[in-house]
Design a binder for this molecule. Structure first.
Ligand code: HEM
Length: 142
């Protein structure tokens, strides 16, 4: 679980990356489909499935928008993402294993954007936070 300090670090990082959130989301999603091509099946209705696809980038921007909401509601992520949890479970039927893959590509992307500011401590806080988001998005499956 996230300590008060972890939450502070996540919130602090978010204020730094928020202006570039759309770009970061686009890169994280582009990396997801490039590095874990099995994830492409969920986006087969997109015309372009290259890592630089405008649809993939636009979708990544939406994903980071939701991450921003989760950061704002970090004390009750379940409530913050409850609609999205239903969407991914009932409508999209995304295998929960994929949330871990996206968390991974998001961490890599954050590291690239933050450079030296992505300290082991910040890395840990985001790893815990994204694991929580993944749990929330999968909880309607159980
Ligand atoms: C749609 C967030 C993980 C597949 C969405 C939307 C958001 C979102 C905000 C748009 C909802 C709307 O339009 O109302 C997230 C977050 C994730 C996550 C925060 C985890 C951090 C995943 C993963 C996959 C996935 C791992 C599959 C590999 C999809 C698909 C759609 C979608 C297929 C619909 C795309 C479309 O047809 O436009 N997600 N998502 N999501 N998500 Fe996720």
């Amino acid at each position: 679980t996230l300590s008060a300090h972890d939450k502070e670090l996540v919130a602090k990082t978010w204020t730094k990356i928020a202006p570039k959130a759309a770009q970061i989301g686009g890169e994280a999603l582009g990396r997801l489909i490039a590095v874990f091509p099995q994830t492409k099946t969920y986006f087969s209705h997109f015309a372009d499935l290259s890592a630089s696809s405008p649809q993939i980038k636009a979708h990544g921007a939406k994903v980071l928008g939701a991450i921003g909401q989760a950061v704002s509601g970090i004390d009750n992520v379940s409530a913050s993402l409850s609609k999205l949890s239903e969407l991914h479970a009932y409508n999209l039927r995304v295998d929960p294993a994929n949330f871990k893959l996206l968390a991974h590509t998001l961490l890599v992307t954050l590291s690239a954007y933050l450079g030296a500011e992505f300290t082991p401590e910040v890395h840990l806080a985001w790893d815990k936070f994204l694991a929580l988001v993944a749990t929330v998005l999968s909880e309607k499956y159980r």
